[in-house]
Design a protein around this ligand. Structure first.
Ligand code: FAD
Length: 235
């Protein structure tokens, strides 16, 4: 299918900024005609010698209508990998992105459950819903180790109000819940199991939560997870 753009698109970094201590936002030029839906991702390559064979997937966190592309990327600083190299790049440096591909798509109102950087597909989905005035009764349950790991806290609060629920696994502090998302947590927080559930995080967390939700009455077809996302493990 001719989508009107090439599979290999050279783009340049416009600006970068740390959103948390280890998640960095990259705003980059947008190839003419390039399109994606909220929740979709692309394979990225660093256009520098020694890096060209190395494709890593990242989710678009901006909206298709924005004049630039945005990615929010957890940087593994002590690991001599792709994101450590990305961290060194400066304004004007070149990346290559490929076609957009579907990771998560919005099917209808429900509860979104994210662990850490697994929230990235939900950023664009909620930004689009907020822009369209359709956040409705959608809820985001966001699990992080500590409060300093919460990505875009103020923006999610503004978009979702009381429907933005945070739980921390390694810090006890108000107003956050403490502990992992387990059966007791789900019983307390969810009364309707016929809704959609969207889950993104580490593979183990996604599998456990999907099984729990189904035991508690959720419809398998309405529990949306994207296993590919965690092939490159997210923590
Ligand atoms: C469809 C899709 C969409 C994605 N979207 C996003 C996104 O929007 N944002 C995002 O941040 N990620 C996203 N990811 C994940 C992202 O692709 C990977 O996190 C990234 O490629 C890791 O690259 P790396 O080479 O820096 O890390 P790798 O070398 O692959 O290392 C990452 C893993 O190593 C572990 N690690 C880190 N440091 C150390 C250390 N010192 N010692 C031992 N182990 C360590 C980490 O816990 C992690 O599990 C996505 C993945 C997919 C498949």
């Amino acid at each position: 299918m001719n989508k009107g753009w090439r599979d290999e698109n050279h783009i340049r970094i416009i600006e970068t900024e740390y959103l948390t201590h280890d998640v960095k936002r990259f705003r980059v030029t947008k190839p003419e005609g390039y399109q994606f839906a909220p929740g979709e991702a692309t394979d990225m390559v660093i256009n520098q010698p020694g890096w060209l064979g190395n494709r890593h997937a990242f989710t678009f966190t901006g909206l298709n209508e924005w004049p630039f592309l945005e990615f929010s990327i957890k940087i593994y600083k002590d690991h001599r990998g792709f994101t450590q190299k990305l961290d060194e790049l400066k304004e004007g440096d070149e990346l290559i992105i490929h076609d957009s591909f579907g990771a998560f798509h919005y099917h209808g109102e429900g509860t979104f459950i994210a662990g850490g950087a697994g929230v990235t597909p939900f950023i664009a989905i909620f930004r689009q819903l907020a822009k369209d005035g359709r956040t409705g009764n959608n809820r985001l349950i966001f699990s992080n180790r500590t409060s300093r790991d919460i990505i875009l806290k103020e923006e999610f609060e503004a978009m979702l109000g009381a429907n933005f629920i945070n739980t921390l696994t390694r810090e006890k502090s108000d107003p956050y819940h403490f502990g992992r998302i387990d059966q007791d947590f789900l019983k307390r927080e969810i009364s309707d199991f016929s809704q959609y559930f969207y889950i993104c995080g580490q593979r183990k967390m996604m599998e456990e939560l999907r099984n729990l939700l189904m035991e508690m009455g959720a419809d398998e077809k309405k529990v949306i997870i994207e296993m590919d996302f965690s092939q490159q493990v997210l923590e």
